[in-house]
Write a protein that binds this ligand. Structure first.
Ligand code: ARG
Length: 601
């Protein structure tokens, strides 16, 4: 729609140039709206803005402007061919667009992929995206799932805008907790049990530690000493620590394989151990370090923030110190121009402090750091937590989703080739879509039943609509029976010619050429480009998920109301082309969200 609004804005600026030269096309573009009632028109111009300068009431302005527009339209002014009608309605002018021209434009731009699904605004820029980042020896939490899912979709979207992305998994693999885990393992751990169930067992040891330390207070001292030895490079302690990383990573990798996520770097916090002194030295040189109760801190009073803790009184570095070193590494060694952190909203203060310290250090890239936060995931209205024994094992949730999807497929479509592959696409897609359809800042409800439903705002609903479009196209011979959903078809026929002809047929101005559901679908499809750009600018993939739902809804209305395969001649081509444009657009939307798009379900 944006393209058509831009056209209309230019026309309006020209129309009003004599009366009010200050009203530019950009101003008009910012005023134009989509009318809430679709039957009233395609684009609306509210006239409040002009009232003061023009010394007229908005309804009078609307009536005057509408009649000036109709003069151009009726006079067949070639500049106005895209608009077929302008009607005043109170303080608004409602305009209708030429359906044939818009239809052609939408179909041809979807057919030439590049124009619609990519842009180049950030060509030559590199963005480092910190995502997933679970903690070694602890369960992969729902927060890590959200970070992985949102971060991956965001990275895909940013790449479509010209960015080079560096996807970094900032694993929590360092800190005093490892002294406790190692000590607990030495006293009451069991190798076979850990090997069989690494994260559960290691986490259990960590949870048991304070209980045992109550009875044997000397354990606390032993744990501190163990971590100190790790920091000093003791090979035995480090070997145990490395083993914990190895077995934990193997378990995380199973989840990543199911989710279909990849990282360019798995760099744990420990990676920065040997880069810490340099950061602290730099802070000291820049006179940013202050001694506070024995600890080294950076004061952030001017920024209205609490001090950022850099080094504890016992000499140990902290989470913020490691993040400082990591940020410098990303900017200097990896040459990132922008740093994005996809981390839960509860770490807001941490990132405010981190970015403030980087700015105080004088780094220009500090202005290009952002915390892409997100809300909680709620189970039955309660926060899902990994503490208090209420461990929600993600791997199990995903496996359960796949098993249920498989059961549905076996019941509904027992002859489907590769039922397990499709079950995995649908089960995992359901969990992903349930997350991504919500504005990232909102808390989301998790219910496997609802996420897996084929009706409503779900992943399976979108995937099913896509498969339905594929099936229609297969029956029409537009898609080869064995083709996957990525196969091109719109341009491979001469249908575009037929569509052009359909669109160009001389019609009296103001005649609607399409049935209402066809027109709705065409307009909804035309929203993709501007929605993708907004999703990128707002760093919010949910805009894409919501548009995918709107497109599916528009397509399903169209599918029920307008016969496709039994239509004749050019009309059949137009309807098939709309089906194909739906297939391509939904497929791309799902691909951005990292959700698979089976051609058959
Ligand atoms: N491991 C941390 C946690 O689970 C998240 C790390 C986020 N990334 C970062 N650069 N601090 O809370």
């Amino acid at each position: 729609m944006q393209r058509y609004m831009q056209r209309v804005a230019v026309l309006l600026a020209t129309l009003c140039a004599d009366i009010d030269p200050a009203l530019t096309a950009d101003t008009f573009l910012s005023l134009l709206e989509l009318p809430p009632d679709k039957t009233m028109g395609d684009i609306a111009l509210p006239c409040f803005r002009m009232a003061k300068a023009w010394r007229k009431a908005p309804p009078v302005i609307a009536a005057d402007l509408a009649s000036a527009m109709m003069q151009r339209i009726d006079g067949q002014d070639p500049a106005w061919t895209w608009v077929t009608e302008a009607v005043p309605a109170g303080p608004y002018v409602n305009m209708k667009l030429d359906q044939g021209l818009v239809l052609c434009d939408v179909l041809t731009s979807v057919a030439s992929d590049d124009g619609v699904f990519t842009s180049e605004r950030h060509l030559g820029q590199t963005v480092a995206i910190d995502l997933s980042s679970p903690n070694i020896a602890k369960p992969f939490g729902v927060g890590h799932l959200r970070s992985t899912v949102i971060g991956t979709a965001l990275a895909n979207l940013l790449e479509s805008d010209g960015y080079r992305t560096i996807r970094i998994n900032h694993l929590g693999d360092w800190g005093t907790q490892f002294g406790k885990i190692i000590t607990a393992y030495r006293h009451f751990g069991d190798e076979t049990r850990v090997r069989a169930n690494p994260i559960t067992e290691l986490n259990a040891l960590y949870v048991q530690f304070p209980v045992k330390a109550k009875e044997h207070p000397e354990l606390e001292e032993e744990a501190r000493a163990a971590f100190k030895r790790m920091e000093d490079g003791d090979p035995d302690d480090l070997a145990l620590w490395r083993w914990a990383i190895e077995v934990s990573m193997a378990e995380f990798q199973r989840t990543y394989d199911l989710l279909g996520t990849h990282f360019d770097y798995n760099l744990g916090e420990s990676f920065y151990n040997d880069k810490m002194e340099q950061v602290i030295e730099e802070l000291r040189e820049k006179s940013l370090l202050t001694l506070s109760e024995g600890a080294q801190v950076v004061l952030l009073e001017d920024e209205g923030l609490p001090p950022c803790l850099i080094r504890k009184s016992d000499g140990a570095t902290l989470y913020p110190t490691r993040d400082l070193a990591a940020a410098l590494y990303r900017a200097n060694a990896l040459h990132a121009d922008e740093l994005i952190y996809v981390v839960g909203g509860e770490q807001r203060l941490h990132f405010q402090q981190l970015f403030a310290v980087l700015a105080k250090m004088g780094y220009a890239f500090a202005a290009h750091c952002s915390h892409v936060a997100f809300g909680l995931m709620l189970l039955d209205g309660k926060k899902m937590s990994t503490r208090k024994g209420q461990i929600v094992r993600l791997q199990e949730v995903l496996e359960e989703a796949i098993a249920r999807a498989r059961a549905i497929i076996d019941e509904k479509n027992p002859r489907l080739p590769d039922p397990q592959g499709v079950a995995q696409a649908v089960g995992v897609g359901a969990v992903l879509f349930n997350d991504l359809k919500n504005n990232r800042m909102h808390d989301i409800e998790f219910s496997l039943d609802k996420a897996l439903a084929f009706e409503g705002e779900t992943g399976p609903y979108v995937q099913y609509t896509h498969a339905r479009a594929c099936s229609v196209l297969r029956k029409a011979g537009w898609l080869a029976p064995e083709a996957d959903s990525g196969a091109a078809s719109l341009t491979s026929t001469d249908s575009l010619q037929a569509i052009n002809h359909f669109a160009a047929q001389a019609q009296p101005s103001g005649t609607e050429r399409l049935a209402a559901p066809e027109w709705e679908l065409a307009k909804t499809l035309s929203l993709f480009t501007q929605t993708r750009i907004r999703a990128i600018d707002e760093r919010d993939p949910s805009l894409i998920a919501k548009l995918a739902l709107d497109i599916c809804q528009a397509f399903n209305h169209f599918y029920h109301d307008c016969p496709i395969l039994t239509a004749e001649g050019e009309l059949r081509d137009v309807r098939l082309a709309l089906t194909d444009a739906t297939r391509l657009t939904v497929r791309n939307a799902l691909a951005f969200l990292n959700i698979k798009q089976p051609a058959e379900m």
